[in-house]
Design a protein around this ligand. Structure first.
Ligand code: NAP
Length: 305
């Protein structure tokens, strides 16, 4: 009897994410079991159930995906799942609350494809959500001097505190409620990334177009109006006004490739934990391969027009 791939999808939201379930089926998982509104104790109980459902040699056919829109809740569920494991009796697990790790890894891989970020000043506008926090953390780990903004300074500070606690890297906090606040936050920046909620324009064209120091922009928001005014979501390293620009659909294509690759890895061995760092490495591998293929075909990033 062939052992079928079973994914337990634990979600902190009321109903488990449809996107994550479809991604899993499309990646070749045979059965996805989505559970919404999961508390850490329930997650621990379900993970314990799962690890004893098959024999030890078949545990790599079982895996757990942790999703939902709340990163803090996702981290608590991940910790509870890991607490359920007993030595070798464990299964692979992946954390991707609101697509935070796969999207952040895709954004950062795109940026690193242009060049190293060490010492660069990067501002993540509305970086308090799951995606923005993970982008900030990964870039800070690469040596960038990162600041995240929020409409409320206390919220930005809370997010930077969580990043410091989890990744041991410093990230600055700034308030940006309006265009004036955005201008202030972008003073002296080399790069800006918009990580706001879907359909929220954060960066007016007049600000970025004439900005004296910004040379790279990336937008995570694919829902119109886009996070950066005057760009196209499909831009893939497009050159405008002397700046390199990545739109959300270009980032999304890499995000999906990374997500599929993670799901495949989950069923290769039972001792994997896929969180920000591991997913970041995978995204760099995938983007590195893609860039190599493009350069073999004689197509690099867009050249300045
Ligand atoms: P989120 O938590 O929904 O929102 C991020 C931040 O946006 C919030 O913390 C909030 O910051 C700010 N915000 C919310 N409403 C706002 C408003 N009306 N005006 C100004 N700021 C507002 O977002 P997320 O889950 O981290 O995701 C970030 C973005 O990535 C979203 O647009 C999402 O759709 C996108 N995404 C893209 C992909 C892709 O493949 N391209 C994949 C996944 C997600 P403050 O309250 O602190 O100001």
């Amino acid at each position: 009897m062939s052992v079928r791939k079973f994914l337990l999808q634990l979600d902190s939201d009321e109903t488990a994410g449809v996107f994550d379930a479809v991604m899993a089926y499309d990646a070749g998982v045979d059965c996805v079991h989505p559970v919404g509104n999961v508390s850490p104790p329930e997650a621990q109980r379900m993970a314990r159930d799962l690890i004893f459902a098959r024999s030890r040699e078949d545990l790599s056919s079982l895996a757990i995906f942790v999703g939902g829109s709340d990163l803090t809740a996702g981290l608590e569920i991940l910790a509870a799942v890991q607490a359920a494991f007993c030595g070798p009796m464990r299964v692979a697990v992946m954390l991707d609350s609101n697509g935070c790790n796969t999207t952040a890894a895709a954004v950062v891989a795109k940026i690193l494809g242009v060049g190293p970020v060490g010492g660069q000043r990067v501002v993540v506008l509305a970086g308090t959500g799951p995606v923005g926090q993970r982008i900030a953390a990964l870039l800070a780990r690469e040596g960038a001097r990162v600041t995240i903004t929020s409409r409320q300074l206390t919220k930005a500070r809370r997010a930077t505190g969580s990043i410091k606690q989890r990744f041991a890297v410093p990230v600055g906090a700034a308030e940006a409620r309006d265009a004036e606040g955005v201008c202030r936050a972008l003073h002296g920046a080399d790069m800006v990334i918009t990580a706001g909620a879907p359909g929220v324009m954060l960066l007016p064209e007049v600000i970025w177009c004439e900005h004296p120091s910004i040379r790279l922009l990336a937008d995570a928001n694919a829902v119109p109006p886009l996070g950066i005014e005057g760009i196209d979501a499909s831009w893939e390293g497009e050159q405008r006004a002397g700046k390199t620009i990545f739109g959300a659909l270009a980032i999304g294509a890499l995000k999906k490739a990374v997500h599929y690759a993670c799901l495949a890895r989950l069923f290769e061995r039972n001792d994997l934990v896929l969180d920000a760092e591991e997913i970041h490495l995978l995204a760099q591998e995938i983007e590195g391969r893609r860039l190599k293929e493009r350069s073999h075909q004689g197509r690099g990033l867009c050249t300045p027009c």
